[in-house]
Ligand binder design. Structure first.
Ligand code: FO1
Length: 304
């Protein structure tokens, strides 16, 4: 069976680890909305989180970066008076240096990502949804700011009024991503922040259409348990775009694009409404505390 998996950051990485354990081969289509330039380097956190996780190099406690990394270069940048709120590890920097150099040579992000996958021994394909600029900006009471500035520099504290995907009109999909979606027997929506991880992927012209055209079964895992997200700013972001922060609201955001939603047993009330609205709801624990949980949910996603 051919799986295509839409993925964002930390929450997605856990399911990717489970899928790697039980499915083996699949194609990840990654969000790029949180990519940004930092210290002269092009950083692509969700791509790197997927690649590091599939390479077995991830720091699974933090949910980003490389296990055992050190931060000496950043410390020296601080000493030189630079703002160092975004923690780029010494070894992680190698990825950003490599990617930035390849971009300067004229290679595209998708090509560079597959080079990184190959060099780190990743068997799965990891494809950015677009090679073009597409950045998630958060409108706060003090003005718009890039997602990383909101989440990391300002610790997710400012009130959020809205969210926009800058560049979405001009962003073309990566061909290999469209092809993977078209031929997939199953398309999986990871348990990710819908507003900052999944909707930016769907905002790329051609990606949403490819999912709509696909004859594969489309299964989404809710990132919500009870009245809020498992982690991160999803609740705040969902309220900012005018919806509630629960599994039902997530299913409505995905709408007809998905056939089936996996929701936590704590959300069985939501599950009933989701079913009534025409999407199958499967109740299964979505919290992933260890590899056992990750593999069990991955199996659920493959069979639901
Ligand atoms: N998240 C943080 O909360 N603080 C950091 O300092 C930080 C550094 C970082 C470095 C590389 C990387 O790939 C990711 C990093 N993240 C950090 C995670 C990132 O900000 C977001 O969680 C993802 O972009 C969300 O998808």
């Amino acid at each position: 069976l051919r799986f295509a998996v839409l993925a964002g950051g930390t929450g997605s990485a856990k399911l990717l680890r489970g899928l790697k354990a039980v499915a083996g081969e699949f194609t990840v289509i990654s969000n790029v909305g949180d990519n940004f330039w930092r210290h002269g380097l092009f950083v692509a956190p969700d791509l790197d989180t997927a690649v590091y996780t599939l390479a077995g190099l991830e720091d699974s406690l933090r949910g980003w970066g490389l296990r055992g990394d050190t931060f000496n270069a950043l410390g020296q940048l601080a000493r030189m008076g630079e703002e160092t709120w975004f923690n780029l590890g010494d070894r992680d920097l190698a990825t950003h240096i490599f990617r930035t150099e390849q971009l300067a040579r004229g290679r595209r992000l998708a090509e560079i990502t597959s080079m990184i996958c190959e060099r780190l021994g990743v068997k799965q394909r990891v494809i950015p949804c677009t090679d073009d600029r597409l950045e998630t900006y958060v409108t706060t009471s003090t003005g718009p700011m890039h997602l990383q500035e909101f989440w990391v520099k300002n610790r997710g504290e400012p009130d959020v009024i809205g969210v926009e995907y800058r560049g979405e009109d001009g962003a073309k999909p990566v061909r290999a991503a469209v092809e993977a979606l078209e031929v997939a027997d199953r398309i999986v929506f990871c348990p990710a922040n819908p507003v900052t991880s999944i909707l930016p992927i769907l905002a790329v012209n051609g990606i949403r259409q490819a999912i709509g055209r696909s004859r594969g079964r489309k299964v989404a895992v809710s990132p919500m348990v009870g009245r809020g997200p498992v982690s991160g700013p999803a609740g705040k972001m969902m309220r900012a775009i005018g919806v509630e922060a629960n599994s039902l609201a997530v299913s409505r955001l995905y709408g007809r694009l998905v056939d089936c939603m996996i929701v936590d047993p704590a959300d069985s009330q939501d599950a009933k409404v989701i079913e009534r609205e025409g999407i199958e709801a499967v109740e299964s624990p979505i919290l992933m505390r260890n590899l056992g949980d990750e593999a069990r949910l991955a199996r659920e996603v493959m069979t639901a």
